[in-house]
Design a protein around this ligand. Structure first.
Ligand code: URP
Ligand code: ZN
Ligand code: ZN
Length: 477
């Protein structure tokens, strides 16, 4: 072995970043990209990309893994199955949530979450925080210290009894974000409207899963989105509105941008590939498989979300993977019962299917460029949460997190089946959907973690990532 031999060379790659396409070899040493050139010398290991597209590994900046929940609910995926599933779908960094329970110190929540993750992950991971109890100690001591230690983003909820904050509490948290340059993520739905609608639906016997969507119409998201924007303006700090579902919330974000505010936005596969019809009919409980919040809307709203992905309204595209088994007492049938919609755990799986769905319907069907795909799924999330340029791009010095993509011709599509996925959930909401692309090989820090047939590598090889401060452009397009 000569001293300038690479640990790995990926040959004949068509490298796609958020801004470029270049045909080159990729040289890797000690898990990092150290050379990009037309022809590189030998590697101890070589992979021939055969002129296929090589993209940065996905950064899934919104997923829930082994998040503690009030019993009987329990998430199907912890760090082992969740990150395995991520790797097989081309995602090499995940950012789930260390959630503070009311009354719990934020420090304890973080320590507990590390214990859940330690030794289990197949790919690298960072943590967002969920602040549900912003006491003076949390605001003045714990949060500033945790930001300095690499937990630089936190989510606040405007709904869910066990998590929600009132407007004054949200302002307090936003003020900490402003003072320390952290990123505040907002779940924007009006809690009281949801409760009022839920009571009315229950009183009239409309309790099937499909009524979940009726209890959370777009106006409850619109109102809360507008309020969140107003709070961000008052606190004079950017926010990122998560899981934006359709036209009403999008209009509020466009309104804020037109007035010069810095409001970032995230959307998810369920708002492109599912509709409220997937929540079933009155006598059909299977719709519980698609109960998530905000709920999927209709075809017209899918198009509005696509428009936002095309024109730059959306900053990031995440899965919001919130994994519950369907046929399980800790999942969608609490205690073994088919329950009224208000008691069905909210959330659907999507870590493994996030990238193939968008790659197929977005890039290969011609809606977005491959560069925009990389921006939405890897580069922008890495920037938003302080992981760039270590993650989210293909550049000298970056981690060698790479995905070689297979593209299938029209007529030769692959059909999504849950039995082919690697999460621990017993269904996928995308069962039967056809896709025209899938990762052929996923590399994490230069190691193969998905070879196109099987996950590879040992659980525990994934490393915790301390995040820097967000570095997104202050004026979204
Ligand atoms: O229904 C959803 N989205 N569940 C996950 C939790 C959240 O609010 O993101
Ligand atoms: Zn949420
Ligand atoms: Zn979520």
């Amino acid at each position: 072995m000569t001293p300038d031999t690479f640990d790995l060379v990926v040959r004949n790659a068509v490298v796609i970043t958020a801004t470029e396409e270049m045909r080159c070899d990729i040289g890797v040493r000690a898990g990092r990209i150290v050379a990009l050139a037309e022809t590189l010398g030998p590697g101890q290991r070589e992979i021939d990309a055969s002129d296929r597209w090589v993209l940065p590994g996905g950064v899934d900046a919104h997923c829930h893994l082994d998040q503690p929940l009030p019993p009987p609910a329990r998430m199907a995926d912890g760090f082992e199955s969740g990150t395995r599933s991520a790797a097989c779908g081309g995602t090499t960094t995940v950012i789930p949530f260390a959630a503070q329970a009311k009354g719990q110190s934020l420090r304890d929540a973080v320590a507990d979450y590390h214990a859940r993750a330690n030794g289990k992950a197949l790919v690298d991971y960072a943590f967002h925080l969920i602040v549900s109890d912003p006491t003076p100690t949390v605001l003045n001591e714990e949060l500033p210290a945790l930001i300095a230690e690499g937990y630089t983003s936190f989510k606040v909820y405007m709904t869910y009894d066990d998590l929600k904050l009132d407007d004054g509490q949200i302002l307090d948290v936003l003020e900490v974000a402003r003072r320390h340059g952290a990123m505040a993520m907002v779940h924007a739905e009006n809690s009281e409207c949801i409760e009022w609608l839920t009571r009315r639906l229950e009183a009239s016997g409309r309790t099937a899963p499909r009524y979940h969507a009726h209890s959370r119409p777009m106006l409850v998201e619109r109102e809360a989105t507008h309020r969140a924007i107003s709070l961000s303006q008052l606190a004079d700090v950017p926010i990122l509105i998560v899981h934006v579902s359709g036209r009403d919330a999008i209009e509020q974000i466009r309104w804020s941008r037109a007035r010069g505010m810095t409001v970032y936005a995230e959307t998810c596969p369920q708002y492109l590939f599912l509709t409220a019809d997937d929540l079933g009919s009155d006598d059909d409980y299977q719709g519980a498989k698609c109960v998530c919040s905000p709920p999927p809307r209709d075809k017209a709203n899918q198009q509005v979300v696509w428009d936002g992905l095309v024109d730059g309204l959306f900053t990031v595209f995440s899965s919001d993977h919130a994994p519950f088994r369907y046929d399980a007492p800790e999942g969608k049938q609490p205690g073994g019962e088919q329950v009224p919609f208000a008691y069905i755990p909210n959330g659907i799986p999507g870590l493994e299917t996030r990238l193939p769905l968008l790659f197929s319907a977005g890039v290969l069907d011609g809606r977005i460029s491959p560069q925009r795909f990389v921006e939405l799924t890897a580069t922008a999330p890495a920037r938003a949460y302080g992981l760039f340029p270590r993650k989210g791009t293909i550049a000298i010095g970056s981690d060698a997190d790479l995905v070689i993509w297979d593209r299938f011709a029209v007529g030769d599509e692959r059909t999504i089946h849950n039995h082919d996925l690697h999460h621990a959930v017993d269904y996928t909401p995308y069962e039967g959907q056809r896709v025209r692309g899938w990762p052929a090989i996923t590399l994490s820090r230069g190691e193969v973690v998905w070879d196109g047939r099987q996950p590879q590598g040992l659980a525990g090889r994934g490393q915790f990532l301390a995040c820097g401060l967000p570095c997104l452009a202050p004026r979204p397009r």
